[in-house]
Design a binder for this molecule. Structure first.
Ligand code: GAL
Length: 433
């Protein structure tokens, strides 16, 4: 059974305080097809452009379109991992009253602060009730797609962020084990460096990938509760534990590929495939990427010091109040949230289904990988913490402030300045005194 609790007390607490009343739409519903019988186009925006991600989503789109010839759902994909380009475009479009029919948005602060609080989304209570989802999604998930007792988006997946991926042959040929602690990491990394292998592949052309490394170090240093406290004000960003974590972070970054700033996350993952690098820290969309590229010589472990802690995030899709094709998109979201939809999509995506009635032999040819089977089990037993970089833990403006500080640090800053900026970012977010 899934635990009946939230990912983040902070997330939920903030939600309760922040959310404005539910909004409903004044938009008109466009015709389903024109006189010539040409299907009506229904636009969905995502940032899924790479192999496993795009393939998985297209499976659902294709199934929907084949069942509903009067409509043609199409993906308007905006490249840039973690939505680094798509999110600004989306926010502008939705605020300007020119939204797509639906779009990818992380559950938690990203959804609620950006779109729900300002009253830009429809409430999806009817879809939730009609499909029995109020008992099919875990309570913690339901809490962070909802506000004031109304549901606002449909989760497509659950991703784990704090995973260490490694090239199995590179480690075993060098008689190395995947590091369980950051101290172990330095020993393993020195041994790899000595034989000319990049220890840790990073692709932070979007700084978010670097931020994920810092998050895993903070989780290891502070534990689940201490890490969550960073986002609620209960943990002091000025503490010596945070200083130690930042020192570790500085040192870890001396073991990465020198061209990290020019690579995207998937090109960094490619370094494991080519054997140029031995490890990378990335969310489990890397699992989908490896599978899509038919790379099987990879192993995984919780990021160093992160054992028993599942840092979670989820992609979801809602309906903007000004969407043009609500009948079509409601039906599409019903498929996306169903067990069938989730078992079509997630095996390619690398994630696990959010709908607890999914996870069975999938509807399509693609099976869940061993990684995914292990993740499904750990999701039920680990302690869940939210991801900052992927919209769950912190308000978007706070995330942006942290990323600015990280950008300066990675370009040659020092730990004291970084810590001062992080302290200030928490104050500016209104969470720390
Ligand atoms: C995350 C998203 C994942 C994956 C990843 C890389 O923000 O939740 O589904 O797309 O970015 O782009």
């Amino acid at each position: 059974m899934l635990r009946a609790r939230s990912w983040s007390r902070g997330t939920v607490g903030l939600i309760t305080v922040l959310i404005a009343s539910a909004c409903s739409s004044g938009a008109t519903t466009a015709p389903q097809s024109d006189a010539a019988g040409t299907p009506t186009k229904v636009e969905v925006v995502s940032w899924w452009t790479t192999g496993g991600e795009a393939t998985g989503f297209n499976k659902i789109v294709d199934l929907f379109n084949s069942r509903n010839p009067q409509w043609q759902v199409y993906t308007n994909a905006i490249a840039g991992g973690a939505g680094s380009n798509a999110q600004a475009v989306l926010e502008n479009r939705v605020r300007a009253g020119d939204p797509p029919d639906s779009f990818q948005v992380h559950m938690g602060h990203e959804l609620l602060d950006t779109y729900v609080t300002p009253g830009l989304m429809d409430n999806l209570d009817d879809i939730y009730q009609a499909n029995g989802w109020t008992t099919q999604f875990p309570r913690g998930v339901l809490q962070i797609v909802s506000a004031n007792g109304h549901y606002y988006s449909v989760p497509a997946d659950i991703h784990r962020a704090n995973v260490l991926w490694f090239n199995r042959t590179l480690l075993s040929d060098n008689h190395l084990e995947p590091p369980a602690t950051w101290q172990d990491f330095f020993t393993v990394a020195d041994a790899l460096k000595a034989v000319g292998v990049t220890p840790l592949a990073v692709g932070d052309s979007g700084i978010w990938a670097n931020g994920m490394i810092l998050e895993t170090i903070l989780i290891g240093a502070l534990g689940a509760e201490g890490f969550e406290g960073l986002w609620t004000g209960a943990t002091d960003w000025r503490s010596s534990k945070v200083t130690d974590a930042l020192d570790t972070y500085r040192k870890v970054l001396t073991y990465v590929n020198p061209d990290h700033a020019t690579l995207s996350w998937d090109l960094a993952a490619d370094r494991l495939i080519s054997g140029q690098a031995a490890m990378t820290i990335m969310g489990d969309w890397a699992n989908g990427e490896f599978t899509n590229k038919r790379f099987t010589d990879y192993g995984w472990a919780a990021a160093p010091g992160n054992g028993g802690i599942y840092q979670a995030l989820a992609d979801s899709f809602g309906i903007p109040s000004k969407a043009q094709h609500k009948d079509a998109i409601s039906k599409f979201l019903a498929l996306l949230g169903s067990a069938q939809g989730q078992d079509l999509f997630n095996p390619y995506k690398g994630s696990i289904p959010a709908n607890t009635t999914a996870g069975n032999p999938p509807a399509d040819g693609q099976q869940y990988t061993d990684y995914q089977k292990a993740a499904m089990a750990e999701w039920k037993t680990d302690t869940i913490v939210p991801s900052m970089e992927h919209g769950a833990a912190a308000a978007p403006a706070w995330k942006a402030a942290i990323e600015q500080a990280l950008g300066r640090f990675v370009a040659g800053g020092d730990v004291a300045t970084l810590q001062a900026s992080l302290v200030q970012a928490c104050k500016d977010a209104g969470v720390c005194k």
